[in-house]
Design a protein around this ligand. Structure first.
Ligand SMILES: [Ca+2]
Ligand SMILES: [Ca+2]
Ligand SMILES: [Ca+2]
Length: 460
C-alpha cells in the first residue's frame, strides 16, 4: 500500500527558474489527501482543571505567597520564570498553582488580594485548522492574476519568486504550534537549528535553560523531540506553507523557499496550556535576545479568555522585535463582539489573519471584524506537508489539503520572512507596515477586515 501511494505520489514536479513568465503552478500527487480528522473547530474557553496562574506583586516573599495559597488550599506546582522575563526586568515570574475545587471560585477568592497582581485560569488553546477532504489540484494561494489568471485572489507569492525573491537562510521563523516534521522531504532543507546548541551532548550549550534544543523545544512534554509522529500534523502543515523548499522538484513550495524554521511545540493531542504558551513565546524572545534572527512567530491557535500573562509574553516578543502572527480563529463570528485570543490583543506586533477562499470571499468558518482582523489570506483547500503513517507504522513525507485560519496565518508569516530576507535591517513594525500597505482591496470583504485587504506579495 505504501509503495502504491508513493508510486502515485512520485509524479515529478518541476518549478521553472525565476524568470517572470515561466512560473508554473506546482501540481500535487493526484491522490486523496489523508483525513485531518484530529483537527477540529473550537469555540469556548477551556481550562486545565485545578490549576491557576498567579502573578504576585513585586516584593511579595514566600511567606506572604503561602498566605495567598492558604485561601484556596493551593500549592506551587511550578515557578515559570523564563530568561525572557528576567531580561525584561520581571522580578516574580508566574506561579503555576495546583488547588482542589473550582477554578472560577478560587480566582474570586484571591483576585483582590493585596499581594496578587493578577490570577488567571490555565487556559487550553487549540489549533485552528478544520478537516477538508476536497481535493484541489494545486497551490492556488501562492498564485495570482499575473501568474495564474484563474486564481486572482492568491497571495501572488509566485510574482515575488519570479523576481528572484525566494527568501534567505539568514531569516528565522518560530512555529508555535504542535511539533513539525523537520525531516519531511520538503522541509528538511529549511529546518533551522538553534545555532548555540550542540546536538546530543546532554549539555545546555547556549545556556537558555533547555538541553539539546536543536530544532526547538517540546513544552508539552518538556523534552527536546519536537517531532513525535503524526500527532504533529498541524505544525507540519503550517511549516509547509511558510517554508516548504521551493524549486526542488518535489511536492509543494512554501511562501518562502529559503528560510530557517524553528519550533516551540506546546500543543499536544489534548491542546496546549497557557503556561506552556508563555514558555514557548518566551523561548523565541530569548533566542532573539541571544542573537538568533527570529523575525516572526506563527500562532495558528486560539482559545481562552483575555489573559494578561499571555499579553505580557507577546509584549516581551514585541520589545525584542518579533512579529506575532495570529490566526483569527474558526468560530465564524465577529470578534468585535466576541474577542478571540491571542489574535485580539492590542499588542502592536500582532498581525491578525482571517481566511478567504479562492473566490476572494471570507471563508464561512473564519472569524472576522473590521477593527480586529488586519488582513485576509488563503485558508481554504490549502495544500501543504504532512507526516503520514504507512501500514507498517513508519512515518513518511506526504501532502494534504486542509482549511482553516491556521492555514491563512502562515501565508502572512511566510510573507514576513520573505520581506525580511529582502530588507535585512527592517524592524518588526516596518515589516508589518509593508505587509499591510501592500494589501489588495477586495470588495467582498467589506467590514470583514481592515482595508478589505488580502495578502499581496506581488511587490515583495
Ligand atoms: Ca539550550
Ligand atoms: Ca547540547
Ligand atoms: Ca517530544
Amino acid at each position: 500500500m505504501r509503495n502504491l501511494l508513493i508510486t502515485i505520489g512520485l509524479i515529478i514536479l518541476t518549478f521553472s527558474s525565476c524568470t517572470k513568465k515561466e512560473v508554473q503552478p506546482p501540481v500535487l500527487p493526484l491522490v486523496q489527501p489523508l483525513s485531518l480528522k484530529s483537527l477540529s473547530i473550537q469555540s469556548e474557553s477551556k481550562v486545565v482543571p485545578n490549576e491557576l496562574l498567579i502573578k504576585y506583586k513585586d516584593g511579595v516573599d514566600e511567606n506572604r505567597k503561602s498566605l495567598v495559597l492558604e485561601r484556596i488550599s493551593g500549592h506551587h506546582k511550578e515557578k515559570i520564570f523564563t530568561h525572557a522575563m528576567v531580561k525584561n526586568g520581571d522580578k516574580q515570574g508566574l506561579a503555576l498553582v495546583s488547588m482542589p475545587g473550582n477554578v472560577d471560585e478560587a480566582i474570586s477568592k484571591i483576585r483582590s488580594h493585596a499581594d496578587v497582581e493578577y490570577v488567571e485560569p490555565n487556559y487550553i488553546y487549540t489549533q485552528q485548522a478544520v478537516s477538508n477532504d476536497t481535493f484541489y489540484g494545486y497551490q492556488w494561494g501562492m498564485f495570482g492574476p499575473s501568474t495564474s489568471p484563474s486564481n486572482p485572489n492568491g497571495s501572488q507569492a509566485a510574482v515575488a519568486w519570479a523576481s528572484g525573491h525566494t527568501g534567505s537562510g539568514l531569516v528565522y521563523v518560530g512555529i508555535i504550534d504542535s511539533g513539525y516534521m523537520y525531516y519531511h522531504d520538503d522541509l528538511g532543507g529549511n529546518a533551522g537549528t538553534n545555532p548555540g546548541e550542540i546536538a546530543g551532548d546532554g549539555i545546555d550549550n547556549d545556556g537558555n535553560g533547555y538541553i539539546d534544543d536543536v530544532y526547538g523545544w517540546d513544552f508539552n512534554s518538556n523534552d527536546n523531540t519536537v517531532f513525535d509522529g503524526i500527532e504533529d500534523q498541524h505544525g507540519t502543515l503550517v511549516a509547509g506553507i511558510i517554508g516548504a523548499v521551493g524549486g526542488n522538484g518535489t511536492g509543494i513550495a512554501g511562501v518562502c523557499w529559503n528560510v530557517k524554521l524553528l519550533n516551540a511545540k506546546f500543543v499536544g493531542p489534548q491542546g496546549g496550556t497557557l503556561a506552556n504558551a508563555i514558555k514557548a513565546i518566551d523561548y523565541f524572545t530569548n533566542l532573539k535576545l541571544n542573537g538568533v534572527n527570529i523575525v516572526a512567530t506563527n500562532n495558528s491557535w486560539s482559545g481562552g479568555a483575555y489573559s494578561q500573562a499571555l499579553r505580557d509574553a507577546i509584549e516581551r516578543a514585541n520589545k525584542a522585535n518579533i512579529l506575532f502572527i495570529a490566526a483569527a480563529g474558526n468560530n465564524g463570528m465577529n470578534t468585535e463582539i466576541t474577542p478571540v485570543y491571542p489574535s485580539c490583543y492590542p499588542n502592536s506586533n500582532i498581525i491578525s489573519v482571517a481566511s478567504i477562499n479562492s473566490t476572494g470571499a471570507l471563508s464561512t468558518f473564519s472569524n472576522y471584524a473590521e477593527s480586529k482582523v488586519d488582513i485576509c489570506a488563503p485558508g481554504e483547500n490549502i495544500a501543504s506537508c504532512i507526516p503520514a503513517l504507512d501500514v507498517n507504522g513508519n512515518i513518511f513525507s506526504w501532502y494534504g489539503i486542509s482549511s482553516g485560519t491556521s492555514l491563512a496565518a502562515p501565508f502572512v508569516t511566510g510573507a514576513a520572512a520573505l520581506y525580511a530576507s529582502q530588507h535585512p535591517n527592517a524592524r518588526a513594525n516596518q515589516i508589518k507596515e509593508a505587509i499591510l500597505d501592500s494589501r489588495k482591496e477586495v470588495h467582498a470583504l467589506e467590514a470583514k477586515c481592515k482595508a478589505q485587504g488580502i495578502l499581496n506579495l506581488s511587490e515583495f
